[in-house]
Design a protein around this ligand. Sequence first.
Ligand code: AMP
Ligand code: MG
Length: 349
Amino acid sequence: MKKLAMLLLLAALLAGCGRMKTKAPEVTETQAPVEWRERSVFAMDTLMQLRLYGGTEELLDRAQERIFGLEERISVTLPDSEIGKLNREGRACLSPEPLALLDSALSLCRETDGALDITVYPVVKAWGFTTGNYRVPSARERDALLAAVDYSEVQILTDGEVVLPSGAQLDLGAVAKGYLGDLLCALLREGGVEHAILNLGGNVQVMGGKPDGSDWRVGIRDPAGDGLLGTLSLREGAVVTSGGYERCFTDEDGNLWWHIMDPGTGMPARSGLVSVTVVGEKGLVCDALSTALFVMGEEKALAWWRARREAELALVTEDGRLVLTPGLAARFSPAGNLAYTLEAADEEA
Ligand code: AMP
Ligand code: MG
C-alpha cells in the first residue's frame, strides 16, 4: 500500500509543473507512428499545457521562455515588471512585445466601445480580485476610482514611452493569454510544428487539426459545475471563455460577485450572461471579445456579432439558455445531460 502511494506521488510529481512528458508512439492501422510531446507550465496564475506533434524539447524550452518572458514583463503583481513600473510611475518605456500587446488591446477597447477597458484595474483591485481579500467597495469609493478609468487617455509616444493620466493603472490580464496563444502558435510554426493544441487555462488554441486529419475536439466548460456544455470540433483557431465562475465571492448578504467588471459602473458585470465563449482565428481578439461581450450582455453581444461576423459565439445566460451562433452550432456536440435550452442566434435582428 505504502509502495503504491509512493508510486502515485512520483507519477504526480513527474506530471507536474514545468516537467517534460513524451508519450510512446501511437500506432494506428493506416499511419506511421505519431509522437507527441507535452509541457506543463504554471504561469499567469494558471496551469498551461502545450502539446505538440513533432518539434523538439528545445522548441518547448523556447516556448516556455516566451511564456515566462511575457509574464515577467507584463504582470501587474510583479512591481519590477514593465507594466508594474508604468502603474507605479505613470510613465515607462515598454519593450516591443508589451508595447504591441498594449497597442492592440487599446484598439480592441475602442472597437468594443469601452466594454473592454484595460484601465479598469484599480476597480478590480478595490474589489479584492487581485489579492483574494474580497470586499464590496462603497459607491463613493467606486466613483472616485472610476474617475481615472478611461482607456482613451492612455498615450503611446513615438519612442515607445507610455504615459498614463493621473491615478490611472492598467492591466492586460483580459487579453494576455490570447496574445500569448498567438505568439506561441507562431513560434511553433516557425519551428516546423504543424499540429498542436495549447491549453492556456480557459484559452485553448489549436493548430493544423490532429495528425490523423481529423479536427481537434475542445471541451467548453459548464459554468455551473465541473462538467462540460459539450465539445467543439475545430481544425485551427482559438476558443476562449470568460466566465463569472472563474473568480468570484459571495458577500455577507449572499450576493455573488465576480471578476469581470463593467467599466461604466465599477461593479461586476451583471449583464444576464454567466459565460461567453468566443471562437475565432486570433487568440488575442477572442480573449478581448470574451471579456467585452460578457460585459455587453446577450443583446449587444449578438448585435456586435451580426455587425462584425469576426468570430462565433456560445453564450450561457443566467436564465438557463445556451445560445450558439450558426457557425458554432454546426461544430458543437452538446453533452448528453445538458441542463440548458439550446438556442440558435438569429442571423438578423
Ligand atoms: P478574462 O478572464 O479574459 O475575461 O479577463 C478578466 C480579467 O481582466 C479580470 O481578472 C480583470 O483583471 C480584468 N478585467 C475585468 N473586467 C475587465 C474589463 N471590463 N476590461 C478589461 N479588463 C477587465
Ligand atoms: Mg478575455
